[in-house]
Every structure is written in C-alpha cells, then in structure tokens.
Ligand binder design. Structure first.
Ligand SMILES: NC(=O)C1=CN([C@@H]2O[C@H](COP(=O)(O)OP(=O)(O)OC[C@H]3O[C@@H](n4cnc5c(N)ncnc54)[C@H](O)[C@@H]3O)[C@@H](O)[C@H]2O)C=CC1
Ligand SMILES: O=C(O)[C@H]1OC(=O)[C@H](O)[C@@H](O)[C@@H]1O
Length: 269
C-alpha cells in the first residue's frame, strides 16, 4: 500500500480504547506528527508520537480540552450498539454536539465521523442504496448517528467545518456471518478510507459507506468519488468458510430481510 501523506500536525482519535480505535491507533501514525488519543477512562500509556487526553464526550469542558490544539478529528467515541435512550443521548447526541462546538471554537477544519449502516438499516437487503437515499434508522442508535450526520451538515453549511460521515458496515478482523459478507470493512480498508477523507483536497460534507470491495453489496459509493477511497480487500475470500459454518437464513426473519440485520429487532430496553 502507498504510504498516506502526513496531512496533519496533531490528529485527535476519539474512542481510542475501542475495537476500531485500537485498530487505527498504529495505522494513523503515518497520517500525522502527533496522534492525540482519547476515551472515557484510562487505557494505558502514550507511546512515541502519541498523547492521551481523557474525556467523557457528555462533558463539554472535558471535550473542549480534548479538542484544543488539534487540526483534525477522527470521531469514533460513543455507544456503538443499540441501547437504552439515556446512554445514547449522553454519549452520541450530546457528545457529538459537544465535539462540534469545541471544533468550531478551536478552528478545527475537518472531521471524520464514524456513522453507521444503522442509519439506513430499515432498507431491505434486496435494495441498493446510495448517499442520497433518506435515512431509515433501525433503532435509537441509528437515530443518534443520523443526528450526528445532520449536525455535521449544519456545522459545514454554517461554519465551513468539513465532515465525512462514514457509514461503517461491519469492521472486524473477519466477517462473522453471511450478512457481514455484504457489510464487511477490513481494518486496512478502514484506514484507507479514513486517510482518503483526511487527505482529499475538497471534502465538503460527504456521506460514504464504509465497506471493502465485496461482491455482494447493498451500497453504492458513486456519490463519494471525490473522496478517492479505493478499497483493496474483499470479504469474498471468506465466503466459503462462512457458508460452511452457518445455515441458510430464514427469509421470514426481519434480521434476514433488512440491511440492519439483528439490530432491527433489538430492544426496547
Ligand atoms: N465496529 C463496527 O463494525 C462499526 C462501528 N461503528 C462506529 O464506529 C465507532 C467505533 O466502533 P467500535 O470501536 O466498534 O466501538 P467500541 O464500542 O469498541 O468503541 C467505542 C469507544 O467509545 C468510548 N465511549 C463510549 N462512550 C463514551 C463517552 N461518553 N465518552 C468518551 N468515550 C466514550 C468507549 O469507551 C469505547 O472505547 C463507534 O462510533 C461505532 O458506532 C459503526 C458501524 C460499524
Ligand atoms: O452492522 C454491523 O454489523 C455493525 O454496526 C454497528 O454500527 C456496530 O457498531 C457494530 O457493532 C455492528 O457489528
């Protein structure tokens, strides 16, 4: 892989202690001089080229300190699954507002926001959608990500802060089931996509589906060609193994009908 440009002096990674934060921690060092890592509570020591600033996203003062002095943000922090409204309200809704207010005050010009395929989880697996299709969130978690997408559009239109809303599919070392053969995003492709969002000359406010080059897909990224993301991996190499260890889906099960899979029937909590 071509080494991405060091486009930023100080880059902030929120949610750094989580699954994707851990995957991006080393990979993002090629994109910046200093990587500022943040999460809610302590997760170890800073390594060379890193600094750690802990913050609860729901706490405006802590978020302000976390954002001061960075030139771009990769925002992964928050509740990452369907849950009760109160924690989603605090971490994802109030949290993303606090983040954009701090970005505005500190002159941060670009954000990569970890949105989710659950913004559009109530489209069917037999449909192909693109960025201009209206949101159809499959739960409160998806609604909170739709809020983040709208909020970031407002901060672009009003204050010129560019954002890529990356509707991540399923980013894990390997696809875990048949649905993930369509939704899978390898960690290396995740890094390629984030790098593209950080380095493309004009990002504007963009919605990109975060997926590898999977043969079966429900998402069309043609509205985001200007981002310059070219996936190099594919779930196809896992297809045989996934089919061998899983049974055929029950097509009466909403989890097999809708793109959001089991999220469409989670809760209420
Ligand atoms: N892994 C995946 O396949 C997908 C992930 N995403 C999104 O990508 C992001 C990262 O996902 P994962 O790493 O898988 O999730 P994760 O749950 O492993 O990591 C999220 C991190 O956010 C932190 N966090 C939660 N509430 C916080 C708060 N109030 N203040 C500060 N930090 C807080 C947690 O401590 C955790 O380390 C999330 O925003 C998630 O919604 C979206 C779609 C798919
Ligand atoms: O849809 C999916 O597979 C993924 O979507 C998400 O938004 C979640 O953060 C992740 O835990 C799920 O696995």
């Amino acid at each position: 892989m071509k080494t991405p440009m060091k486009t930023h002096h100080r880059l902030l990674l929120t949610g750094a202690a989580g699954g994707l934060g851990s995957a991006l921690r080393d990979r993002l060092k090629v994109n910046c001089e200093t990587l500022r890592l943040s999460d809610k509570s302590s997760f170890g020591e800073a390594q060379a080229g890193e600094e750690i600033v802990l913050a609860d996203l729901a706490n405006a003062a802590e978020v302000d300190t976390m954002v001061a002095g960075v030139d771009a943000i990769v925002h992964l922090g928050g509740i990452s699954v369907e849950a009760a409204f109160e924690p989603i309200l605090q971490a994802n809704i109030l949290g993303v507002y606090n983040l954009y207010e701090a970005a505005r005050k500190h002159g941060v010009k670009r954000v990569v926001f970890a949105s989710s395929n659950h913004v559009t989880g109530f489209y069917k697996q037999s449909e192909t959608i693109h960025a201009d299709h209206p949101p159809r969130p499959d739960g409160l978690y998806g609604v909170s990500k739709a809020f983040g997408e709208d909020l970031s559009r407002f901060y672009f239109d009003r204050y010129g802060i560019e954002t890529a809303c990356v509707r991540i599919g399923s980013s894990f070392p390997e696809p875990k089931d048949r649905r993930m053969l369509a939704t899978w995003l390898s960690f290396d492709d995740l890094h390629r996509l984030v790098s593209a969002c950080l380095s493309t000359p004009v990002l504007g406010h963009s919605i990109v589906f975060g997926m590898s080059n999977n043969a079966v897909t429900w998402w069309d990224n043609s509205r985001a060609r200007h981002v310059g993301y070219v996936p190099q991996d594919s779930s196809d190499v896992f297809r045989e193994a996934v089919y061998a260890r899983t049974s055929a889906p029950d097509l009466n099960d909403p989890a097999a009908v809708y793109q959001g899979g089991a999220f469409v029937k989670a809760g209420p909590f």
